[in-house]
Design a protein around this ligand. Structure first.
Ligand SMILES: [Zn+2]
Length: 492
């Protein structure tokens, strides 16, 4: 997730002295990816391969312990094929969502989340019209389902997207979901929920799924989403882009942005292409975006190869930033569009995206390691020991705990407070001191290798570290994650 306002204040004080890989950006293609001519269809042609892909998206959905109203553990979504048409002038989203799902249990009906500003027009289940209702944000499909059977649910809907209140007290966001700008651009950030403001979804992070997006809008606007851009066509004043995400994602990590975008790209030292999408009227964004290759190189040294097949950054009108999977969503504020924040959201591709929390009580799994990495990165940029950065973290952790609660049992109305960032970042530093630099990063990395593509909880993490190190660590973890006061950091 977004860095905290306190972290952003720290960011402001730092010089941004590192450069990208030095290659010239390729912006000669008028907003299309380098070599981005239409390519093959994203779906595997081989049905067996398609089935294997869907198997990778099988999840163990849960009712969230912090936000139980979002999502339904009776649904295991496997694949969302979203056809989305956005009219910037009429401010209307027309959507057809084809959702391949597995019922997890016998039930008289299915339920998904769909924002109240979007009106469902038709629902079919395996090709047959079925009755439905839409009370509040719930889309209730009145058709019986059998446990462990697979279904294809098609929902057509339309409306003007509107964000919904976010359960937070943060200064940099009060609503969550899809936002429409005065100019008719779109962007979305949706943590801990709010994907349902733009498509029908099982909006809880334990249910990862594969995605395809087809976005049509009025040129010169272009639609951007997660994954690989497999086609971009402009015809009769309308631009259609198709995006394919080949690794399962939690719904809060999906993104859609529409605007008049310029495209550019760089390559990391390990050969990963990073695509940049930034407003045509904001060329000054590009030099900052070009810090991304250095950030990827830096994280790869610690956590191993970048875990996905594509990476992009899209700049929107937001005032925050979000680690949306394979396509980081950035705002335009000075401290959001900055090297440490770009690095933070890229680091989440490892901690948060390839392995995600299965329940929002464990959002600290994402933010603790990412803030710890950010401290090291900022220390490198500033040429100071990481301990200097962490001294500020200790103050922020101590200040947050009394009002915000322990990182692992935070106040549900105060999502994203400092407690889930700074306290677990310090915890990781304590563990590094205890096991040594090499073992620390080896185990931090094997956690990702062992759980790639899944959602996981704290118990799994504790077991992993205890198995890997041979240490009894449950009281150590508990003191940092469930304590109401911060443990004293040790020297060294
Ligand atoms: Zn974050």
């Amino acid at each position: 997730m977004r860095t905290t306002p306190a972290a952003l204040a720290v960011v402001l004080l730092l010089a941004t002295g590192c450069s990208g890989d030095g290659s010239e950006p390729d912006d000669s293609d008028g907003g299309r990816p380098a070599g981005g001519s239409p390519t093959a269809a994203p779906q595997p042609a081989d049905p067996a391969a398609a089935a294997a892909d869907l198997d990778a998206a099988r999840s163990t959905p849960v009712e969230d312990s912090v936000y139980p109203d979002a999502g339904d553990p009776g649904v295991d979504a496997l694949h969302y094929d979203l056809e989305l048409a956005w009219s910037p002038t009429r401010r209307r989203l027309d959507g057809t969502a084809t959702i391949t799902l597995r019922a997890t249990t016998d039930a008289p009906r299915l339920q998904l989340d769909l924002g109240p500003s979007l009106k469902p027009r038709s629902v079919t289940l395996d090709g047959a019209d079925v009755p439905f209702s839409h009370p509040g944000k719930d889309l209730v499909v009145d058709a019986p389902v059998t446990g462990d059977q697979q279904y294809e649910l098609v929902v057509t809907y339309r409306g003007e997207p509107a964000p919904v209140p976010a359960p937070t007290r943060r200064a940099d966001f009060s609503v969550t979901g899809m936002t429409v700008t005065d100019a008719g651009e779109l962007w979305t950030m949706q943590e801990p929920f709010g994907a349902y403001t733009w498509y029908p979804v099982n909006d809880q992070p334990a249910d990862k799924a594969l995605y395809d997006f087809t976005i049509t809008t009025d040129a010169p606007f272009t639609g951007v989403a997660n994954g690989e851009l497999v086609e971009s066509v402009t015809d009769k004043g309308r631009t259609t882009t198709r995006w394919h995400l080949d690794t399962p994602a939690s719904s809060y990590l999906t993104t859609m942005a529409v605007g008049d975008y310029q495209h550019s790209a760089d390559t990391t030292s390990s050969g990963l292409t990073i695509d940049y999408w930034y407003p045509r009227g904001l060329p000054e964004a590009l030099p900052l975006l070009r810090k991304a290759p250095h950030a990827v190189d830096w994280v790869e040294e610690r956590l191993g190869p970048y875990p996905f097949s594509t990476l992009g950054l899209v700049v929107t009108d937001a005032v925050s930033a979000m680690e949306t999977q394979t396509m980081v969503t950035l705002g335009t504020g000075d401290y959001v569009l900055s090297e440490p924040v770009i690095m933070h959201e890229i680091a989440h591709q490892w901690y948060g995206d390839i392995v995600s929390p299965s329940d929002w009580r464990d959002v600290w799994l994402n933010e603790g390691m990412t803030m710890y990495l950010q401290a090291g990165y900022e220390a490198d940029l500033a040429g100071v020991p990481v301990a200097e950065e962490l001294a500020d973290y200790a103050g922020a952790c101590r200040a947050s705990l009394p009002g915000d609660g322990p990182p692992g049992a935070y106040n549900a109305a105060g999502f994203g407070a400092s407690n889930i960032y700074y306290c677990p970042a310090l915890m990781w530093d304590e563990l590094r001191k205890r096991v040594g630099e090499d073992e620390f990063w080896a185990v931090a990395r094997s956690w990702l290798d062992d759980n790639a593509g899944t959602s996981a909880g704290r118990e799994q993490l504790y077991d992993h570290w205890e198995r890997a190190t041979g240490l009894e660590l449950s009281s150590f973890f508990d003191s940092w994650i469930m304590g109401r006061t911060m443990p004293e950091p040790t020297a060294g």
